[in-house]
Design a protein. Structure first.
Length: 77
């Protein structure tokens, strides 16, 4: 238990991005079957969206417009 507490202290001293990556990997390790299902579902969704873009049936937005909307709505700029 002492080793676990020391390891936790080390992890908590890492930069936020590193801690987030570690947390993700730890959570994924708890139930790899669930992660596989999530990965498969995302692959299906990505294929569906790509097909819709190719068919011209998906409304898209210019990145400049999206960024301006994010800055306005979230950052109040």
């Amino acid at each position: 238990m002492k080793d676990t507490a020391a390891l936790l202290d080390q992890v908590l001293s890492l930069p936020e991005n590193d801690r987030a990556e570690m947390a993700t990997k730890i959570l994924e390790s708890l139930d790899p079957e669930v992660q596989r299902d999530v990965d498969e579902a995302w692959a299906v969704e990505i294929e569906r969206r790509c097909a819709a873009v190719d068919a011209g049936t998906l409304a898209t937005s210019d990145w400049k417009d999206v960024r301006a909307r994010i800055e306005r709505d979230i950052f109040g700029r």
